[in-house]
Unconditional design. Structure first.
Length: 208
């Protein structure tokens, strides 16, 4: 990584442990393929953004992550701990800016990542809200700040409070591909209703 690098950290659990709330809809094998497809989508989006210098995956396993992308081993037990471990690794490699992203964004596009990156560079911290304006589907932050990750229920407000505590400006970002995460069967109607000409969700259930 070059000095002044901007690094995207993507945390993902062991694939067989992902999306257990969708087991009744997809079954174990379907959940694994869904997790892989969504991770592929996120990786493709961030790798297509010129302003990002490197990508780091934090996970208990490499699975199908391309060999050119480093994977930092993690237990998969806590998303905040995984993001913190990724930050330490990125800083050790020379990172100055971070994008922290979950791996379950099935509609993510490069333009969504560009918006998050641009907003963070203008304000100091940028928070990509979920569609309910409660959770966090992406963060931009300076790599060297002691910012406490607060992913989980109500994390948007808690991340905003953390930025304020550190005296950093903060901007909320609403971008289609960052609004739509997929955790439960109840999330599907909203995602499927989103207009996207010539584009399908990257998993079989969307085509039914």
């Amino acid at each position: 990584m070059a000095e002044q690098a901007c690094v995207a950290i993507i945390a993902v659990n062991e694939r067989r442990r992902c999306k257990t709330r969708l087991d009744g809809l997809l079954g174990p094998d379907g959940r694994v393929e869904l997790a892989r497809a969504m991770l592929d989508r996120v990786l493709a989006a961030v790798r297509a953004v010129p302003g990002l210098d490197a990508v780091l995956v934090v996970s208990p396993e490499r699975d199908r992550v391309p060999d050119c992308i480093p994977v930092l081993h993690d237990s998969g037990d806590d998303l905040n701990a995984a993001m913190d471990a990724g930050r330490r690794e990125a800083v050790a490699r020379g990172a100055r800016e971070l994008l922290a992203l979950p791996a379950d964004l099935p509609l993510l596009r490069p333009v969504d990542v560009v918006r998050l990156l641009a907003a963070g560079r203008r304000s100091g911290v940028a928070i990509a809200m979920d569609r309910r304006c409660l959770g966090t589907n992406g963060l931009y932050l300076p790599a060297g700040m002691p910012f406490g990750f607060r992913f989980g229920a109500g994390s948007c407000a808690r991340h905003e409070a953390e930025a304020t505590r550190l005296g950093l400006g903060v901007r909320r970002v609403r971008s289609p591909g960052l609004l739509a995460d997929l955790d439960t069967a109840e999330d599907l109607p909203d995602i499927l209703a989103r207009p996207r000409v010539g584009e399908r969700l990257p998993f079989a259930v969307a085509a039914s």
